[in-house]
Design a protein around this ligand. Structure first.
Ligand code: NDP
Length: 270
């Protein structure tokens, strides 16, 4: 029997932990899979995907900067989650004739925050920092919140993000400097941490009951440092990364892997 083939595609891609995570999941079920990191040329995503499809790959995870292209490539063969994720796709499933697009980032965030961290989203006042692909991807997973505020350096993008949004909560877009109240949950979905840039956030948005969640992982960002100093509880995005991978694994294999041992193993490696 031939080994099932998968890949994670991005540019850059060398630091991706997806191969390690998917191989750990596969081992839990005694499965052998081939899962590789693939660096796609910036102008060659579509041909990279077509090649994988022709070579019989089962699926691929997609990361920066190709999530919007992945959406276009799989259109109109998109799951509800992908349709509500602002035209961003992070999981592709191939058949000989079709490419299906899904987005597991939102459910990954929710499963980490509620399942692993024990923080209930229902009824909470939530602030999302950023209005890029990651922020779009997780928006609909926050249903049940009491209110949702989006703050972004470029306010127009935050305003666009909430336009036409179907929601059951109070929603608004503001500038960082105009954040005047404390929030129960603050999700940093900006890439400011990549360059160690601080966001101009007032300390008054944090309290000891606030969960400050940074989608970045691997080191303490200025956002995490500020939140910790202001007395908030702080979490990084490693749990989300593993949870979104678990959802992709379920999509491809129909099996639900245990995520906690994988999160713990990656933390220990650091
Ligand atoms: P995008 O490039 O689509 O968006 C970047 C966002 O960050 C924009 O809102 C941008 O603001 C803002 N930003 C960037 N630099 C600064 C800065 N110096 N000051 C203020 N705002 C800034 O990126 P993504 O949305 O795809 O990714 C965002 C982060 O989320 C990345 O770090 C990524 O690694 C992480 N991520 C983690 C996942 C996980 O599983 N843990 C999953 C997905 C993403 P503006 O609009 O003004 O330019």
């Amino acid at each position: 029997m031939s080994i099932e083939k998968y890949a994670v595609i991005g540019n850059p891609i060398e630091h991706s932990k997806s191969p390690l995570i998917h191989q750990a999941f596969a081992r839990q079920f005694g499965k052998q899979i081939h899962y590789e990191r693939l660096l796609s040329p910036l102008d060659g995503f579509s041909s990279t995907i077509k090649r994988l499809q022709a070579e019989g790959y089962i699926g691929a995870n997609v990361t920066v900067p190709f999530k919007f292209e992945a959406y276009q490539l799989s259109y109109p063969n998109l799951t509800e989650r992908a349709l509500s994720a602002g035209e961003a796709v992070n999981t592709l499933t191939f058949t000989a004739t079709d490419i299906q697009g899904d987005n597991t980032d939102g459910i990954g965030l929710r499963n980490d925050i509620e399942g692993n961290l024990g923080f209930e989203i229902r009824g909470k006042n939530i602030l999302i920092l950023g209005a890029g692909g990651a922020a779009h991807g997780v928006l609909m997973s926050l249903v049940g919140a009491n209110s949702l505020t989006i703050a972004n350096r470029t306010l127009a993008k935050a305003l666009k993000m909430i336009t036409g949004l179907y929601h059951d909560y109070d929603v608004r877009a503001v500038e960082y400097e105009n954040l005047n109240v404390r929030y129960d949950l603050i999700v940093n979905a900006t890439s400011a941490g990549l360059t160690d840039s601080a966001l101009p956030l007032p300390d008054r948005i944090f309290s000891s009951d606030t969960l400050a969640y940074d989608m970045m992982y691997g080191r303490e960002t200025p956002f995490m440092h500020q939140a910790r100093t202001a007395g908030a509880q702080v979490a990084d995005g490693l749990g989300m990364l593993v949870e979104q991978a678990a959802e992709a694994f379920y999509l491809w294999h129909g099996l639900r892997p245990a995520t906690s041992p994988v999160i713990a193993a990656i933390r220990q490696q650091r």
